[in-house]
Design a protein around this ligand. Structure first.
Ligand SMILES: [Zn+2]
Length: 108
């Protein structure tokens, strides 16, 4: 896979889309509230407003850490994925190094 393809795939994944469970139309996020950094409440409205009109509240929460942050917030405690737990175990045994310094861009 080329670098360009990877970039395009990431853009596709970043578009979070909800379809109305009743009519299948696209739902818009009207407002959202944040109480915790790892949790967000979303208020969704069906875009088929006059023929359907469904509205609902949804919750989005970060459930697992897949890769640790280079700038961790110590107030945030999100459980590690089983894969990452295994890697942390290997790092603690000195077998691997999990976090390297962020790569600096090559100077031209
Ligand atoms: Zn609908």
């Amino acid at each position: 896979m080329t670098e360009q393809n990877e970039e395009n795939d990431m853009q596709e994944v970043s578009r979070l889309r909800f379809d109305c469970p009743h009519c299948g139309s696209y739902m818009k996020v009207r407002t959202s509230k944040t109480h915790l950094p790892e949790y967000r409440e979303l208020y969704l409205h069906c875009t088929n407003e006059f023929k359907c009109g469904y509205r609902c509240k949804a919750a989005l929460s970060i459930s697992e850490t897949l890769a640790p942050s280079y700038r961790p917030n110590l107030a945030v405690n999100i459980k590690l994925s089983p894969w990452l737990k295994q890697k942390v175990g290997l790092e603690n045994q000195g077998q691997i190094r999990l976090i390297d310094e962020p790569k600096k861009e090559a100077k031209r």
